[in-house]
Design a protein around this ligand. Structure first.
Ligand SMILES: [Zn+2]
Length: 518
C-alpha cells in the first residue's frame, strides 16, 4: 500500500523557487513541477489535495527554542503586562491564594514596563509571600528576582560572594537584595524546575500547539537529561507531532547517553544533535557582554559567563563526540569570543552554531566571514527589544540584528523564536524580519535597509533552517526532501505574512497530517 498525496490547484514554494504542483509518497517528495509532470508521476490510488488557490510551503523550522521551559511558562505564574511593583504584589498575592503550597515560579517581567523604572527586589515579593520560595524570572531568563526563602533554599546567605560567571544584586548593606543574574541562577533553577516536573501530557500539548503554527521541526536548546527522557518516551511511542533536534546543556552532558541511536528508535523524530554553552547574558538585564559600556549603565559592559578555557573545552568535547557546538553570544564582545572558539571547524551548514549573534558591528565582519558559523537569529527580538536604542545608544543599535547585511555577506542565517523568552509564533518572527517596526511603532533597530523580502524571511525558517539543524533534506520541498509541509489559505508569501498564523490550513510531517484547522 502506497501512501501518496498530490497537491494541485494552487502554488508551491519549495524554499528555493515556485512551482505548480507537488507529489509526496511514503514520507518524501517524489515529484515537483508543473501540473502535468506531477500528475503523470502520481501512482494509482494517490489522494488529491486541492489547494483551492492556496500555497504550499515547506514545514516551518524553529531552530532555537526551549521545549520544557515553554511548557513550564504555560503553567507558571504570568508576570508580564504589569505596570508597577504594586500590581506585581497584588498579582502574586492572588496567585498564592489559588496555589497555596510549594514554590511559586513565574516569568516575564521587564523594568521597561514598570512605572518605577527599577527592578523589584526581595522586599517587594515579601510584601506578598514570605513563607515559601518565590522566583520570578526576567523576560530574558537571564535574571530573576527571588524572595528570602528562595535565596535560602539556593544556599545563599547575607555573606555569599558572587559565584563565577554570576552576580547577586546587593542592598546598601551589601547583603543580597533578591536580584540574581546569570550563573548565580543555577542553584535556583535546580529547585525551581522541580516545581513543574516535565509532564508527558503537558509537553505533548505544547508540541501540538507548534504544529498548529505550521512548525514541523525544532531545535531545543539547553536540553536537560530529564526533559530528554520525556521526549524520548514520546518519540518511541510515535507521539511527537514535530521533529526534535536536541542541543544538550553542556554542563549536564555527562548524564546523557549520546551514543544511544535515538534516531532509529524514534523513527527520526528525536535526535541529540549538539550541546549548548553560554558565553554571555542578555540585553534586558545588562548582562550581554559588550566591547564598550552600556549607554544607559556606563558602570557595566555586561558579563562574560564562561572563561575562554571553559568555552574551548566545551567545543572540543562536543566535536570529539561527533556533536555540534552551539554557543550563546549576544553582545559584540561575546560574539567575537564565541566565533574565535569555533575557528578551524569546517564551515558547513549546521556544523557549528552561534545562538543569537545579536550585535554585529562591522569590526566583526572579517572574523565572521572567515569562520562562517551558522547564525541562529530571532527576528521577533527586533520587535520585542524596542528599548535597545537606549541600552546601546543609536550608533551601536544600528548594528543590532543586521539580517540583510549578514545574508548579503553570504552567511547561513537561520530563524527561531527562543520561546519562552520571546513569543513562540513564527509568523510574528516572519513579519518582524520583513517590517522590523512593530504595529505600535517600536523596533530595536528600525533601519529599513535591514528589512528582508518575504521570500528571504521564509528561507530563514525553511531552506536555511533544515541545513542549520544539520539536515539537507529538511526545510525544502525538492526531490527527495522529507514531506514536511504547510498548506496555506493565502495565495502568496506577502499575503501569508500579512494574515499570520490564521492562514495555516494544515500541517504535514513525514507525509502525515499533524494539524488540520477546523
Ligand atoms: Zn535560548
Amino acid at each position: 500500500m502506497t501512501d501518496a498525496h498530490r497537491f494541485t490547484g494552487g502554488r508551491v514554494f519549495t524554499g528555493h523557487r515556485f512551482v505548480d504542483a507537488l507529489l509526496i509518497e511514503n514520507g518524501r517528495v517524489v515529484a515537483v513541477g508543473s501540473e502535468e509532470e506531477v500528475a503523470r508521476a502520481a501512482p494509482v490510488g494517490c489522494e488529491v489535495e486541492n489547494l483551492a488557490g492556496g500555497l504550499v510551503i515547506p514545514g516551518l523550522v524553529d531552530a532555537h527554542l526551549h521545549i520544557a521551559e515553554t511548557t513550564r511558562a504555560e503553567h507558571g505564574m504570568p508576570v508580564d503586562g504589569l505596570a508597577s511593583h504594586h500590581e506585581l504584589v497584588e498579582r502574586l498575592r492572588r496567585w498564592a491564594e489559588v496555589h497555596p503550597s510549594g514554590p511559586i515560579v513565574g516569568r516575564g517581567w521587564s523594568v521597561e514596563e514598570f512605572v518605577e523604572r527599577q527592578e523589584p527586589t526581595r522586599q517587594v515579593l515579601e510584601a506578598a509571600v514570605s513563607d515559601r520560595p518565590v522566583i520570578l524570572y526576567h523576560v530574558s531568563g537571564h535574571a530573576a528576582v527571588v524572595n528570602g526563602p528562595a535565596l535560602a533554599a539556593a544556599g545563599y546567605t547575607d555573606r555569599s560572594p558572587d559565584p563565577p560567571g554570576g552576580r547577586l544584586g546587593r542592598g546598601p548593606d551589601g547583603s543580597p537584595n533578591g536580584l540574581v543574574y546569570e550563573r548565580a541562577l543555577d542553584p535556583i533553577a535546580r529547585f525551581s524546575s522541580g516545581a513543574f516536573p516535565s509532564d508527558r501530557d503537558q509537553l505533548g500539548r505544547t508540541l501540538q500547539s507548534m504544529a498548529a503554527f505550521g512548525i514541523t521541526s525544532v531545535g531545543t536548546l539547553s536540553t536537560d537529561p530529564e526533559e530528554l527522557e520525556v521526549l524520548t518516551s514520546l518519540g518511541i511511542s510515535g507521539d511527537l507531532p514535530v521533529r526534535i533536534r536536541a542541543y544538550v546543556r553542556f554542563s549536564r552532558l555527562a548524564l546523557v547517553d549520546v551514543r544511544r541511536p535515538l534516531e532509529e528508535e524514534t523513527n527520526d523524530l528525536l535526535v541529540v544533535r549538539g550541546t549548548k554553552q553560554y558565553t554571555d547574558g542578555a540585553f534586558g538585564p545588562h548582562t550581554a557582554w559588550l566591547t564598550d559600556p552600556y549607554a544607559d549603565r556606563p558602570d557595566t559592559s555586561g558579563d562574560s559567563t564562561a572563561s575562554g578555557k571553559e568555552i574551548a573545552q566545551a567545543v572540543r568535547t562536543t566535536l570529539d563526540l561527533g556533536l555540534v557546538p552551539a554557543l550563546h553570544a549576544i553582545g559584540d564582545r561575546a560574539v567575537g569570543v564565541a566565533v574565535r572558539a569555533l575557528d578551524g571547524i569546517e564551515p558547513a551548514p549546521g556544523a557549528a552554531r552561534i545562538e543569537h549573534a545579536s550585535l554585529v558591528p562591522p569590526a566583526l565582519y572579517p572574523l565572521l566571514d572567515r569562520v562562517r558559523p551558522t547564525l541562529v537569529v530571532q527576528p521577533g527580538f527586533v520587535w520585542s527589544d524596542g528599548w535597545l536604542g537606549e541600552r546601546l545608544g543609536p550608533d551601536r543599535a544600528r548594528h543590532a540584528y543586521p539580517f540583510r547585511t549578514l545574508l548579503e555577506r553570504g552567511h547561513a542565517l537561520v530563524g527561531s523564536s527562543d520561546s519562552p523568552f520571546d513569543v513562540l509564533d513564527p509568523w510574528r518572527g516572519l513579519a518582524a524580519a520583513v517590517h522590523r517596526t512593530d504595529p505600535g511603532g517600536r523596533s530595536a533597530n528600525p533601519d529599513p535597509t535591514e528589512n528582508l523580502t518575504p521570500e528571504q524571511a521564509f528561507q530563514l525558517y525553511t531552506a536555511n533552517a533544515g541545513p542549520g539543524l544539520g539536515e539537507a533534506d529538511l526545510g525544502s520541498l525538492e526531490l527527495g526532501s522529507r514531506a514536511d509541509l504547510v498548506v496555506l489559505k493565502a495565495p502568496d508569501l506577502p499575503r501569508a505574512i500579512g494574515w499570520g498564523s490564521s492562514c495555516v490550513r494544515s500541517t504535514w510531517m513525514g507525509g502525515a497530517r499533524t494539524f488540520l484547522r477546523a
